[in-house]
Design a protein around this ligand. Structure first.
Ligand code: SF4
Length: 275
């Protein structure tokens, strides 16, 4: 069986539901800020078979057993019937006040540590901080299948969840880019806490500033995101911003020849970093 068309979760023809997140951000003052928190819900996702296979680790294979494709199709139907995908995101633009070698100071005295942001975004007017999730549904079902000994199902579902998060991140990035354009700026590619020069610990203040619990995402004491199928990112916004795509990152990566998750040149991430 072939999945000739991408699988979509969208029941809403208008796509995103976009709104300003309501209620005070108790963790951090927002008074006087120019840009409100933006909440995105019902974010449409169109999963391609190739993206799922890449995330399962089958990306480099020329031939995939037909049984696997049948199983993927069944699982996609189960995801849809049980409404297991609940993509949502929250993001906000923070004005950049000052940049030094190892820290970036944002409006309200908020500080992000690490050398990556100053290196990439020394000329940014704003940093857009975002947290996004597809919810608990897919990972819970994947764990249940794995516990029951139906390991292939669990593995495929896990790959589907990861492919969905990848696309969710691209869609949120696109949203941030459109806003940048409307302000007369450009948006950079996205960086994620945990990359070299941007400690994973910087997620904690990000989560507070964004009130990530509004979309049901929290951090464990060791800094792991719950639900696991979630992501956080930072995007530079200004007149001249560096852009890149995941495929260009993979092209320069030392692991590219053996990595099953590699994104081939010119593949699906056309929205990453391009304005
Ligand atoms: S950047 Fe490297 S490790 Fe990451 S997906 Fe691409 S090839 Fe694999």
């Amino acid at each position: 069986m072939r999945m000739s068309r991408p699988w979509s979760n969208s029941r809403n023809p208008t796509g995103f539901i976009v709104g300003n997140a309501k209620g005070p951000d108790r963790a951090s003052p927002t008074a006087g800020s120019h840009h409100p928190m933006t909440l995105l819900q019902n974010i449409p996702l169109n999963l391609r078979e190739s993206d799922i296979l890449r995330r399962v680790g089958f990306g480099g294979r020329r031939r995939i057993r037909p049984q696997i494709k049948v199983l993927m199709h069944e699982l996609m139907q189960e995801i849809e019937a049980c409404r297991l995908l609940e993509p949502s995101a929250v993001y906000r633009y923070f004005r950049v006040e000052a940049v030094s070698d190892a820290r970036t100071i944002l409006e309200g005295g908020r500080i992000l540590r690490g050398s990556l942001l100053p290196t990439l975004f020394s000329r940014a007017k704003y940093l857009a901080l975002a947290v996004a999730t597809i919810g608990h549904g897919i990972e819970d079902l994947a764990s249940r299948y794995t516990r029951d000994g139906r390991v292939l199902r669990g593995m495929l579902l896990d790959g589907m969840g990861s492919a969905a998060v990848d696309q969710l991140a691209r869609n949120v990035h696109l949203h941030v880019m459109e806003k940048a354009i409307s302000m007369g700026y450009r948006a950079s590619g996205a960086v994620n806490p945990g990359m070299p020069g941007l400690p994973l610990s910087e997620q904690r203040p990000m989560f507070q500033w964004l009130s990530a619990r509004r979309i049901g995402v929290k951090l464990t004491s060791s800094g792991i995101m719950i639900p696991r199928k979630s992501t956080s990112m930072i995007i530079g916004v200004g007149s001249e911003m560096p852009s890149w795509t995941q495929s260009t990152v993979c092209k320069k990566c030392n692991l590219r020849s053996s990595c099953p998750y590699r994104v081939p040149s010119g593949d699906s991430d056309k929205s990453d970093g391009k304005v």
